[in-house]
Design a protein. Structure first.
Length: 584
């Protein structure tokens, strides 16, 4: 029995039934002492196979998951460990040999790992530096390098984190493909470059450069980091080959202009390359939708689960891009009083559809189409609804793609487009059009070294996926620091987190509920309180992952971490990929 840390809170009872298959096959329930009410009862035999496996990692390793025969087989297998060591070493050597052969087979200018130093470029070569938060800028940098090499121009590609003063000073021609993170900030991996290299004077009189800057015009400081980098390069004597090309939320026209201007500057025809299109979008049936925080002081948060289409896969840290839709009721209200009925036939990208179906996918103007207008022309002028991105909360091994979505409200009180569609508009069993988007900037470490996961609100989604993936891999040095409003209402995934903690999958769990005491306490306060332990984990090789709100939590946690381990150490962790953030 485990008493609650909150007076009057439920007592967690854990027991083994007489017929359980092994010593870790626990059942659990919460009992309210005052009333005897039973909550959150979870019997081992009623869990899914995946749930039983997640609970039974120790028993699987010991063999007792399969009974006494499993223990004997596991004991005999352990006697073969010397053989496994020898064969494993041979496989490692073979894998290393193949990786070296693969690297050698790529063009010298395109070897990602061979450019870490300040090696000299050929006179006609181009240095390509990129700064990427979610992998988009990195992908465009590699596409650009491929186009240059196809035109016979040597290219050397590096993240900004690996470009030093000597390499930049030796470059004659350079391309910079950089994202802006949040409201004008550099991507995490480029923070050290921005704060150290860009705060010193350099002589770059022989450098000619071009800039492709990615951003989101919804932010006040649109393309802020790209503009700052452009200004700094010019101040050091660098000469821009042409004015920066700014890409607003994946604008394909800006990408086309980039290719055109590059070809003109280099005097070489480039084979055009397209930005990512609608490929990969599929219908994912909604199979679970549960409000997790009824009675909360905050807006409702929903657990959503979808059945993956055949072949769909992802890793912890990845995102889903959702194509939201207006509800049919919204379209009926928009067309009410109009001469145009929702069942009028129109053409949508070569397919026959009704006007109502077409409008569900588009940004609605202020007024319905008037009489006498060319309806097809009017429709084609409407922009498609923007995609919405969400952090994935599960792993493929769990058999479903899970999300945590908080409802948003517009100024008029209406539900936000994406959250409203997912939490209210879609019917159970209906397919939601979406696709997985790899997010390498938030992928986890591939070893057993520690991982400190910090987040708030629906940011728990990305952190939960990392925990599930690491626990399944047997990596259990995990520390979760999570914040919300009230324990009674906002303890998202409470049963799962308790189970992982009890089973040893989480080494430490700190949950901070800001409104459960007179003085507000937040995640950053727990970080400061735990500064000594965080520093010890980092010194032992741990990575730090932060997921949650850009406003408030993320900068406050960043400041608290800088106090705990030192600002320079935090910059080094960012450059090494050991401090990663998925914030929004």
């Amino acid at each position: 029995m485990r008493p609650s840390q909150k007076p009057g809170g439920p007592v967690q009872v854990t027991w083994l039934d007489d017929t359980v298959p092994h010593e870790r096959a626990f059942s659990r329930m919460d009992v309210v002492p005052a009333s005897g009410e039973i909550r959150n009862e979870e019997r081992y035999g009623q869990k899914t196979l995946g749930g039983q496996l997640m609970t039974s990692i120790y028993a699987l390793h010991r063999g007792s998951f399969f009974g006494q025969a499993g223990v004997i087989i596991m004991m005999l297998s352990s006697l073969m460990m010397p053989v496994f060591f020898v064969t494993g070493w041979m496989l490692y050597l073979d894998r290393r040999k193949k990786k070296r052969a693969l690297a050698a087979s790529r063009p010298a200018g395109a070897r990602e790992g061979a450019n870490a130093g300040a090696s000299a470029l050929a006179d006609d070569g181009v240095l390509i530096g990129y700064a990427s938060q979610s992998g988009v800028a990195e992908g465009l940098a590699w596409q650009t390098a491929g186009m240059l090499q196809g035109a016979g121009v040597p290219a050397q590609i590096q993240p900004l984190a690996r470009i030093g003063e000597a390499q930049l000073g030796n470059a004659r021609r350079a391309l910079f493909i950089v994202s802006t993170f949040g409201d004008g900030e550099p991507p995490d991996s480029a923070r050290r470059f921005a704060q150290q290299l860009m705060n010193q004077a350099m002589a770059l009189p022989t450098l000619r450069f071009a800039m492709l800057s990615l951003g989101d015009s919804h932010y006040d400081r649109f393309c802020g980091f790209g503009r700052k980098l452009d200004g700094w390069l010019r101040a050091q004597g660098g000469v821009a080959a042409f004015e920066p090309i700014e890409v607003d939320r994946g604008d394909p026209g800006a990408w086309a202009r980039w290719q055109e201007r590059l070809g003109e500057w280099l005097g070489r025809p480039l084979v055009a390359s397209k930005l990512d299109d609608a490929r990969g979008f599929q219908a994912w049936p909604l199979v679970e939708r549960t409000e997790l925080n009824p009675g909360s002081a905050g807006l409702p948060v929903y657990h959503l689960a979808f059945t993956p289409p055949p072949g769909a896969t992802w890793v912890a840290g990845d995102l889903v891009e959702v194509l939201p839709r207006h509800t049919a009721a919204r379209i009926d209200a928009f067309l009410s009083g109009s001469v145009w009925a929702s069942d009028v036939r129109v053409n949508v990208a070569g397919r026959d559809a009704t006007l109502g179906e077409a409008l569900r996918e588009r940004v609605l103007p202020a007024a319905a189409p008037p009489a006498g207008i060319d309806l097809q022309d009017w429709l084609e002028r409407l922009a498609p609804l923007p995609e919405r991105e969400y952090s994935i909360a599960s792993t493929p091994a769990e058999g479903k793609l899970m999300l945590l979505v908080r409802q948003a409200r517009n100024s008029d009180g209406a539900l936000g487009l994406g959250s409203g569609w997912l939490t209210h508009g879609v019917a159970s069993g209906e397919g939601v059009t979406m696709r997985v988007r790899p997010n390498p900037g938030f992928h986890g470490p591939d070893d057993a070294r520690g991982m400190i996961l910090i987040g708030n609100g629906t940011g728990l989604a990305g952190l939960r996926a990392h925990l599930a993936e690491r626990i399944a891999q047997g990596h259990v040095r995990n520390w979760l620091i999570f914040g919300e409003r009230q324990a009674a209402h906002d303890s998202f995934h409470d049963a799962t987190l308790r189970e992982w903690l009890a089973d040893g999958g989480i080494a430490r769990l700190d949950r901070v509920f800001s409104r459960d005491q007179a003085q507000r306490v937040y995640v950053q306060d727990k970080v400061r309180e735990s500064a000594q332990d965080i520093a010890a984990w980092v010194a032992d090789g741990a990575s730090i992952y932060v997921c949650g709100s850009l406003a408030g939590m993320a900068p406050a946690v960043d400041a608290a971490l800088a106090e705990a381990i030192g600002a320079d150490v935090l910059l080094d962790l960012s450059a090494q990929g050991r401090y990663r953030r998925d914030i929004y």
